[in-house]
Ligand binder design. Sequence first.
Ligand SMILES: Nc1ccn([C@@H]2O[C@H](COP(=O)(O)OP(=O)(O)OP(=O)(O)O)[C@@H](O)[C@H]2O)c(=O)n1
Ligand SMILES: C[C@](O)(CO)[C@H](O)COP(=O)(O)O
Length: 220
Amino acid sequence: MSAAGIVAAAGSGSRLGADRPKALVDLAGRPLVAWAVDTLLAGGVDEVVVAVPAAEHDQFAAALPSRVRLVEGGATRTASVRAALAAVGPGVDAVLVHDAARPLTPPDVVARVLAALAAGALAVVPVLPVVDTTVVVDAEGTVTAAPDRAALRRVQTPQGFSRVVLADGYAGLPLGAELTDDAAVVRASGIPVTTVAGDERAAKVTVPHDLRVAEMLAAR
Ligand SMILES: Nc1ccn([C@@H]2O[C@H](COP(=O)(O)OP(=O)(O)OP(=O)(O)O)[C@@H](O)[C@H]2O)c(=O)n1
Ligand SMILES: C[C@](O)(CO)[C@H](O)COP(=O)(O)O
C-alpha cells in the first residue's frame, strides 16, 4: 500500500501569539513543521505535501527536505487540506493528514493508522480517552448536560484515509465549508471512521503552555 502524507501548516497560530506562523516556531532547534514531516516519513509514509502560508513559502522550503512538496494553504484548515490533497498523485492508495501543530507525535501512531488502513479500514483516527468530566453548556454558561465520558474520545492526527474516500469527501463538501477535522469530512459522506490508540505526546501545540510542555518533552 502506498501512502502520502499531508501536513496542514498554513495556520497563523493566533492563540500561540508567536512572531511568525506557528509551524515555523522553534522546538529544540527545529521548526514544528519539520518535526511533523519527520514523524510521517519515519512512520512509513512515502511522500509528503505541506500546505504553507504563501508569504512564508521560502522559509518553509529552507526548513524541509527537498523531496517535500509545498502548496499554498487556504484561509481555513479545511481549505489548506483541500489544496494539499489536490497535489497528491492519483497512484497513491492512502493519505494521512497531520497537523504541523502536533510535533512530538511518535512514528508508532503513524504506523498504527497505516496498519488499520492496510487491514481494510477506509478512515482511521487516533484517539485518547476523556479523563475529565465533560459538560454541555448553554449560551449563559449553565450546564445543560453531562455526556457519559466513557463514550467520548479526544481525536488527534495523523488521520488516515483511502485516497479515493478522502478525495470524494472533499469533492462533496461545499467550497467554503469548514469542519474541524478530516474525519468529519468523510463522515459527512457516510463513511464509517475507525479508531486506533493515540498518544499523549501527540498533543496539539495551541497556547504558550503547550509549547513549554513540548520543549520539556523534546529535551528528554
Ligand atoms: N488556514 C489554516 C489554519 C490551520 N492550519 C493548520 O491546521 C493545524 C491545526 O490548526 P491549529 O492548531 O488550530 O492552528 P492555527 O489555526 O494556526 O491556530 P489559531 O487558531 O490559534 O490561529 C495547524 O498545524 C495549522 O497550521 C492550516 O493549515 N491552514
Ligand atoms: C484536526 C484536529 O487536530 C483534531 O483534533 C483539530 O480538530 C484541529 O483543531 P483546530 O483548532 O480546529 O484547528
